[in-house]
Design a protein around this ligand. Structure first.
Ligand code: SAM
Length: 280
């Protein structure tokens, strides 16, 4: 796998290309290649897969994904300053890395990828959450990806794997656990990053299920869950009253009590409610 091992250390890459981290781009870089290889290994067997990486920055995780044998990596980076550093990795791995400059929220990567596809990223928190929700809520299932391996602030990671009854249980837990197996696979202290962020981070691995755990329409489920947790302390009949005039009947038809609160309702209950809401 040739010359990827001969690339300069990431600290040198940052110096050479003057890549001072920018807060506005959510830049906290991983410069330890042992650590980036460890994260890449959490993404599963990459050898027969294309990997979509969002936000490669100076390329630490990109190098990890390539050295772990990814067939092809498509990396989408918004900060044009990173492109010369990434071009050095392209040159070291002919045909295995494609870099697109732009905002991952605006680019459709599928034209550049061949299934099976895994996704791996260390992204700013707001972009990461928005992309995660998009990747979890396409109308059809299974999705374009086999797995997502994503770095989040620890607090966000805990929301993704939360169980009913906990304070962190909400929209992210339901959308993630409805259609995927979600696990926290690594915890990283702030010092793992340059510059260190204020909070700890976690890597979450989500494996797409072949079928959702319970039947529901993705759009209806998203809407119901968003409304229910928007006012999580209220009883469901009050929190959801804007969604349907006969909400109490629909809650009862779904086997729920109108006086229940969102954080007590398991995934199965929300899916039953989405089915009841979809009935005309
Ligand atoms: N993956 C690198 C690493 O682990 O060292 C960089 C991680 S840094 C937390 C986030 C990266 O995402 C930065 O390179 C930043 O420029 C990029 N980025 C931020 N917003 C983005 C967006 N909307 N689309 C694509 N890349 C984005």
């Amino acid at each position: 796998m040739g010359t990827i091992d001969n690339l300069p250390p990431l600290r040198e890459v940052i110096r050479t290309h003057d890549l001072q981290a920018r807060k506005s781009m959510g830049q906290n870089f991983l410069l330890d290649l042992n650590l980036t290889a460890k994260i890449a290994r959490q993404a599963g067997d990459l050898t027969k897969c294309d990997v979509l990486e969002i936000g490669p920055g100076p390329g630490g995780l990109t190098r990890g994904l390539l050295s772990e044998g990814a067939r092809h990596v498509l990396a989408i980076e918004k900060d044009a300053r990173c492109l010369p550093a990434l071009a050095e990795i392209v040159a070291a791995c002919p045909g295995r890395l494609t870099v697109l400059e732009g905002d991952a929220l605006d680019i459709d990567p599928l034209a550049h990828l061949t299934p099976p596809i895994r996704v791996a990223a260390n992204l700013p928190y707001n972009v990461g959450t928005e992309l995660l929700v998009r990747w979890l809520t396409p109308q059809d299932w299974p999705p374009f990806w086999l797995s997502l391996t994503l770095m989040f602030q620890r607090e966000v990671a805990e929301r993704i794997v939360a169980q009913p009854g906990s304070k962190t249980y909400g929209r992210l837990a339901i959308l993630a656990q409805w259609r995927a197996d979600a696990r926290i696979v690594l915890q990283l202290p702030p010092e793992a990053f340059t510059p260190p962020p204020k909070v700890s981070s976690s890597v979450v691995h989500l494996q797409a299920l072949p079928k959702p755990r319970f039947k529901a329409d993705a759009t209806v489920l998203s809407r119901v869950v968003a409304a229910a947790f928007n006012q999580r302390r209220k009883m469901l009949r009050a929190a959801l009253k804007g969604l349907a005039p006969d909400i109490e009947d629909r809650l009862i038809a779904a086997g729920l009590k109108p006086t229940d609160r969102a954080e007590q309702i398991p995934l199965e209950g929300f899916c039953a409610l989405a089915r009841s809401m979809a009935q005309t």
